[in-house]
Design a protein around this ligand. Structure first.
Ligand SMILES: O=C(CO)[C@H](O)[C@H](O)COP(=O)(O)O
Length: 230
């Protein structure tokens, strides 16, 4: 089965989980990327059942609106019941690398607010150790060189993502050759570099549930009680 078919399967599986809870007053959190787009398109079929969504990017907001799903500013919302989003990598603790679509900061904010975070991904995203996918780091433009030097000290190879400006007006450094054995510690460490807005490690707030599309069907994985960091 090809990758897009697996993405569609997990998007459908997420809707099957979310739909019974949709009612007047429900506001969902919606992620960014091709898998999240498939979920948005399916959600359009049940738009009449719930109030609307908070989007993690301008692109997702536009797609939601194209399905007549109202989009709310996060500051106008008390509660997000479920956040549904894809990932670039995931491990068995349901820690993630995200930000391939440059939306990591808003994704992390919406995930932090949501009661439950359901990650939807095809099996190509499953890894034993995070870091084969270059780690996105959103950076204030004037701090780009400083942050890059600090990341080199941590052992990574940062490369500016050419031609990309985030929805927040910042730039992205993609960090290659990072083998992230301790995601919690690494997330905090990178956040501590002055000029970093956010990094794409989701270890402090991992997914609660991962729907992983495989050739044998959709695996429904729950976050284990403890993390893998020692
Ligand atoms: O983090 C993201 C965007 O910033 C996406 O969730 C991630 O890049 C996965 O994208 P796709 O579903 O297209 O494979």
């Amino acid at each position: 089965m090809d990758q897009d078919s697996l993405k569609l399967k997990v998007a459908r599986a997420a809707l099957d989980i979310v739909q019974p809870g949709l009612e007047s007053g429900t506001v969902l959190g919606i992620g960014t990327g091709s898998t999240a787009n498939m979920f948005i398109d399916l959600l359009g079929e049940v738009a009449h059942l719930f109030d609307g969504a908070v989007a993690s990017s301008e692109a997702s907001a536009e797609r939601l609106k194209s399905h007549n799903i109202p989009v709310y500013d996060l500051n106008a919302v008390d509660r997000i019941s479920v956040y549904v989003d894809g990932a670039d990598e995931c491990n068995e603790a349901l820690q993630l690398i995200k930000g391939g679509g440059a939306a990591l900061t808003r994704e992390k904010i919406v995930a932090a607010v949501a009661k439950e975070f359901i990650c939807i991904a095809d099996e190509s995203k499953w890894v034993p150790v995070l870091g084969a996918f270059p780690l996105p780091v959103e950076v204030i433009p004037m701090a780009r060189s400083h942050v890059a030097r600090e990341i080199v000290k941590l052992g990574g190879d940062p490369i500016l993502r050419e031609g990309v400006v985030t929805d927040n007006g910042n730039v992205i450094l993609d960090v290659y050759n990072f083998s992230i054995a301790q995601p919690l510690a690494m997330e905090a460490r990178i956040n501590g570099i002055v000029g970093v807005v956010c990094n794409g490690l989701f270890a402090l707030r991992p997914a609660d549930r991962l729907l992983l599309g495989t050739a044998d069907g959709v695996r429904d994985l729950r976050r284990p009680a403890s993390s893998l960091d020692s």
